[in-house]
Ligand binder design. Structure first.
Ligand SMILES: NC(=O)c1ccc[n+]([C@@H]2O[C@H](COP(=O)([O-])OP(=O)(O)OC[C@H]3O[C@@H](n4cnc5c(N)ncnc54)[C@H](OP(=O)(O)O)[C@@H]3O)[C@@H](O)[C@H]2O)c1
Length: 338
């Protein structure tokens, strides 16, 4: 089951990335494929079609972040509880034996013996997944806030239904990719807890005495990779927050709700889509925090880079076409490179 989920996620990321890479190749024979893919990926200002066929309002971005917050919160809570109960860094014999006997009647997946015999490497990787999911939670919560309170989506801005479905897929598969190695065991664990709750009721559930320090301490003991990754993540996070605030404020100065202007400030001084650049930095932080040894997280990162570079190239062309006075030193997305 574990390997099936991992294989499915990897196949999905490859299948989502390959068409973008093929469409980005500089061969004239691929022009029609490039145009077709761009048609699916366009949104907002770079979608200038007069027809609304197969499109939804761009403000439906909100749905992505509602899904992302609910799903990531469930994953982080379940994985955190699983890590605390099943793979403690500091052993808690009483807690485990109590939970195990209450939940399973002596022998089951909650067996005390199993949690005690968990290899150190396995425990560390479970706690790493909790750490990655917490970073993801911080990201999607901010994006939900910004979508509601910061961005002023124009009523005419739309996105293709294909882009909408891709967004829903992304925010389901991305958090899952951060914990996919343990996800089946975590699901089993959570399902057993819920089943026990339904059958026995609240009054007969074991008293799980939370030791808050025991929940947080293993996270603090993770290695330097996690902290360097978190620092990179926060660096991208802060810049994306600033760039989104700039984008959200542009229409406060203009008369019309659907007018576009040249953004300035922060990373906008060097590239046309600094919020996409910041997103790439954020996911690079997640790769580093994962220790760099998980292929699924690398494939997720590959998709983010390919998708955003593709969109940024079109955004850059759009700015240059629309504004004669567009700063000539600005590149599309990667400073000094592209
Ligand atoms: N991880 C991923 O693969 C992925 C994929 C897609 C997006 N995202 C992230 O989601 C965030 C939002 O992406 P997006 O594509 O929706 O951004 P966007 O097209 O730049 O739009 C963001 C908001 O800013 C407004 N805006 C943009 N340029 C403007 C200008 N020149 N003048 C006035 N207003 C302007 C837009 O108005 P309109 O409503 O009129 O367009 C919209 O309300 C980004 O940070 C991106 O990184 C991530």
């Amino acid at each position: 089951m574990k390997m099936v989920l991992v294989a499915l996620l990897r196949a999905a990321w490859v299948a989502a990335t390959l068409p973008i890479l093929i469409a980005s190749m500089p061969f004239s024979r691929l022009n029609s494929f490039h145009r077709a893919l761009l048609g699916f990926a366009k949104r907002g200002k770079i979608m200038q079609s007069s027809s609304n066929k197969f499109t939804v309002p761009q403000r439906f971005f909100l749905h992505f972040y509602v899904v992302a917050v609910v799903w990531t919160t469930l994953l982080v809570l379940a994985t955190w509880l699983y890590a605390y109960v099943m793979t403690p860094v500091v052993s808690e014999p009483l807690l485990f034996s109590t939970i195990a006997s209450h939940l399973t009647g002596g022998s089951h997946i909650f067996s005390f013996h199993k949690s005690r015999s968990t290899p150190v490497e396995y425990r560390i990787r479970v706690w790493q997944s909790v750490f990655l999911l917490l970073l993801m939670e911080v990201q999607v919560l901010r994006r939900l806030y910004e979508t509601i309170y910061v961005f002023n989506y124009s009523p005419s801005a739309r996105m293709h239904i294909f882009g909408y479905l891709t967004g829903l897929f992304f925010y389901t598969a991305a958090p899952l990719s951060l914990c996919c190695i343990f996800a089946p065991e975590v699901f089993n664990f959570a399902a057993n807890l819920v089943a026990e709750f339904i059958v026995k009721g609240k009054g007969h559930m074991p008293d799980i005495e939370f030791d808050w320090w025991g929940c947080v301490n293993p996270l603090l003991k993770l290695g330097w990779c996690q902290w360097i990754g978190a620092a990179i993540f926060i660096w991208g996070w802060i810049h994306q927050f600033r760039c989104h605030a700039i984008l959200g404020s542009l229409r406060e100065q203009s008369e019309q709700i659907d007018e576009y202007v040249i953004p300035c400030g922060d990373w906008f001084e060097i590239v046309s889509s600094p919020h996409y650049l910041a997103e790439i930095v954020i996911y690079a932080g997640l790769v580093v925090a994962s220790g760099g040894a998980d292929l699924t997280i690398w494939l997720l990162f590959g998709f983010v880079v390919a998708n955003l570079v593709f969109a940024a190239a079109e955004t850059h062309r759009w700015y240059r076409r629309k504004f004669d006075n567009y700063p000539s030193n600005r590149l599309a997305i990667i400073p000094f490179v592209y």
